[in-house]
Each structure stands twice: as structure tokens, then as C-alpha cells.
Design a protein around this ligand. Structure first.
Ligand code: GTP
Ligand code: MG
Length: 370
């Protein structure tokens, strides 16, 4: 369609484009400043700003899966890369991250098997990198798929003594599907019988030909346990991240994804979030999946209390009225009223969806509730 654009309408009714985008967002539509609006959308906006509505329109379910609000070029600044570590069970993903963080995550895990996505930020040569750890167990396909979608770079960890295994292949498929750069870390090279060249051969069959063989995939030989090759791996990540030229707008309200949600006896619903754009602040009204509330307490990955968290920062928050599910999207709002409204609409849409009912509702219904 080539109807009136968001920017044009905003100018006509004396509103900022951001306000128009926000109203449409609240009503369940993602638009950018350059999007053309349908007649119905124009009516909705006019109605919101006091113009008379001429006919009923149907508002589809409130959904923010594909947030695409354009940021002003001048507001964009560099952001840390999000790097997801994937691979077959026991190939050393958590040990690698553990070494990088110089802490003891792997030993603290039940049975040494990762059952969630861990999110951490580290500083390498003065530059931050955000890491997501994923489980390699075959049961956690959905988590790996989500991990690949959240990320800028994937590290495929493959144990040199074991070679390409089913979840190695699966992880490569997720990463290729997500279209993100892949770095292969051949791990456990300290072990007897480790044969990195054989691994390169097996990985090439999956489409990841090493640079030194004329392909374009970077390989690093490492031992996560002994700390061999980790510096080179981190340098590689820095180079790949620089090429990607990752940007975000810290000035906007935050949005991003849920890494993990759980119910804590004392603190209530707790959510680990990855801020993908904007800045999240303690006290912000927020919708997380179908839950909502205000960010009551916000902790960084080291358990330190944060007042604000910029793009690519993993945080743990409390203050929600319900436990969100990993993979849910979140978005912060200016007012609690709007967060509550969007949260309740999403809750209702989900309940109806669960019951198999169409979630379409009339504009009258919607405005009766505001
Ligand atoms: P999941 O999270 O269950 O998929 O496993 P993971 O990939 O995170 O593996 P984890 O880091 O828990 O390591 C599995 C086992 O391999 C542990 O006993 C580690 O000590 C061992 N390991 C990891 N890296 C190395 C390495 O470089 N060399 C040797 N020899 N052992 C390693
Ligand atoms: Mg692990």
C-alpha cells in the first residue's frame, strides 16, 4: 500500500512520530516512521487524539514479536556483541565460559549438565562481550534455537576427542538458520587422541570450511580446562564483532528477550532478561510476555544491584505479576498504565488463544477498557 506514513500523519495531527508509533504498538501493530498506514490505523490514531471515529475496526491481538521501531541514526551507539556458546553435551561449553569468567559455574551445576541458558558479560581488553551458555543435552532443542536467535555470533564447541555429534550438527543448523557468524572452537585439545584436523574435516561436511582450507570459517584450537587458545578465541570474537558493527539506541525504552523465568520463594517471579535495545531502569513499567509490573530490583550477572542496564546487558529483575517463559519478549513503557494495558491485553489474547478462540476484538471493546 502507499497510504499516508506514520511520519506524515504525526505531522498532520501535531504529534511526534514516537507517540503515533506508541499508540499503534499499544493497539497491537508494529510500525516504523516510514510505514504506510491503513485507513483503519489512521482512524485509530485520530480517535486516540480526540477525533471522531466513523466505523468499527478490528484490533488484532497485542503482539510484539517483531518489534521494529526505527531509531534515529544519531542516537545509535556501538553495543557489545552477544555470543552464544553451543554444541553437543559435555563438549565443554560451560567450562569454556567458566574459564573466560574465571569463576566456577560448571562445578556448581547439578550433575554438571546445563539445564538453562546462562547469561554473562565479561570484559576483554576494555570491551564488553555478552555470553549466553546453552545446554547440549538433546532435550533442549528449543533453548538452542532461541539462543541462536538472540545472538550476534555463535561459538560451536566441538570436543576434539569426540568429534561432530548429533547436537553439534543441530547447533550448526540453528546458527546457519539464524544467519549469524560462526566461530568453531575445537575443545579438549589437551586430551590424548585429540585430532583437530579430523574435526575440521567433519565440520567442513556441515558447510563450515576452515579459512586455512580456503573456506571462511574461523577455527580455534582450545582447551577450556587448561586455558589454552582462549585468548586467540576472544580476539577472534572481537574482530568478528567489529566487522558486524553492532549498534543500539540507549536512549529508548528497553526491549529484549527473556533468557529464563522462575518463581523465587522470597522474591516472587524472577526473570533473567537480555536487553537488546534501549536502556532498562529500576522502576520502569514493563511487560514481559504476558506478565507485567515495574522493575523492582535489577541485578547484574554478578548479583550486583543495577540502576540501569544498556543494550546487550543481561539482568535479573523482580516486580512482575507472573513468571515469564524463556523466549518471551519484553518491553518497557513510559507509564504503568500503558504497561498494564498491554500486559492485560496480551494475557487475554493468550487465554483466548489457549482456548482456541479468535482474539480479535472490536475497537469499542478496547476503548471501553482504557
Ligand atoms: P552441557 O552443558 O551438559 O551440554 O555440557 P558442557 O558442554 O557445558 O560441558 P562441561 O563444560 O560441563 O564439561 C563437560 C566435561 O568435560 C567436564 O568434566 C569438563 O571438566 C570436561 N572438559 C571441558 N573442557 C575440557 C578440556 O578442554 N579438556 C579436558 N580434558 N576436559 C574438559
Ligand atoms: Mg554446560
Amino acid at each position: 500500500e502507499d497510504g499516508i506514513t506514520v511520519g506524515e500523519l504525526a505531522e498532520m495531527i501535531g504529534q511526534t512520530p514516537a507517540n503515533v508509533i506508541k499508540v499503534l504498538f499499544m493497539l497491537g501493530t508494529m510500525v516504523t516512521i516510514n510505514s504506510s498506514l491503513t485507513d483503519e490505523q489512521v482512524e485509530l490514531i485520530c480517535l486516540e487524539y480526540g477525533y471522531e471515529a466513523k466505523k468499527k475496526v478490528v484490533v488484532s491481538e497485542i503482539n510484539f514479536e517483531d518489534i521494529e521501531i526505527v531509531d534515529d541514526e544519531a542516537d545509535l551507539v556501538g553495543r557489545p556483541p552477544v555470543v552464544t556458546i553451543m554444541g553437543h553435551v559435555d563438549h565443554g561449553k560451560t567450562t569454556l565460559l567458566d574459564y573466560i569468567r574465571k569463576s566456577r559455574v560448571a562445578e556448581g551445576e547439578f550433575g554438571g549438565i546445563t539445564q538453562h541458558i546462562g547469561a554473562y558479560q565479561v570484559e576483554v581488553g576494555g570491551k564488553k562481550i555478552t555470553f549466553l551458555d546453552t545446554p547440549g543435552h538433546e532435550a533442549f532443542t528449543a533453548m538452542r534455537a532461541r539462543g541462536a536467535q538472540l545472538t550476534d555470533i555463535v561459538i560451536i564447541v566441538v570436543a576434539a576427542d569426540d568429534g561432530v555429534m548429533p547436537q553439534t550438527k543441530e547447533a550448526v543448523d540453528h546458527a546457519l538458520a539464524a544467519g549469524v557468524p560462526i566461530v568453531v572452537a575445537i575443545n579438549k585439545i589437551d586430551k590424548e587422541g585429540a585430532d583437530p584436523e579430523r574435526i575440521k574435516g567433519e565440520m567442513s561436511e556441515l558447510g563450515l570450511m576452515p579459512e586455512e582450507w580456503g573456506g571462511d570459517t574461523v577455527y580455534c584450537n582450545i582447551s577450556a580446562k587448561k586455558g589454552i587458545g582462549i585468548e586467540e578465541l576472544l580476539e577472534t570474537l572481537t574482530v568478528v564483532a567489529e566487522l558486524a558493527d553492532l549498534k543500539a539506541n540507549p536512549k529508548r525504552y528497553a526491549y529484549g528477550s527473556v533468557v529464563e523465568g522462575r518463581l523465587d520463594k522470597g522474591r516472587g517471579p524472577v526473570a533473567t532478561l537480555l536487553v537488546q535495545n534501549g536502556t532498562l531502569r529500576a522502576g520502569d513499567p514493563i511487560v514481559v510476555g504476558t506478565a507485567f509490573g515495574r522493575v523492582r530490583q535489577m541485578l547484574g550477572d554478578h548479583g550486583k544491584e543495577l540502576k540501569e542496564a544498556g543494550p546487550s546487558t543481561p539482568v535479573e529483575i523482580t516486580g512482575l505479576n507472573d513468571v515469564p517463559v524463556a523466549g518471551d519478549k519484553f518491553m518497557a513503557f513510559e507509564t504503568e498504565k500503558m504497561a498494564r494495558h498491554v500486559g492485560e491485553e496480551r494475557q487475554k489474547a493468550k487465554q483466548e488463544q489457549d482456548r482456541g478462540v479468535s482474539s480479535a476484538m472490536s475497537l469499542d471493546d478496547l476503548f471501553n477498557q482504557i
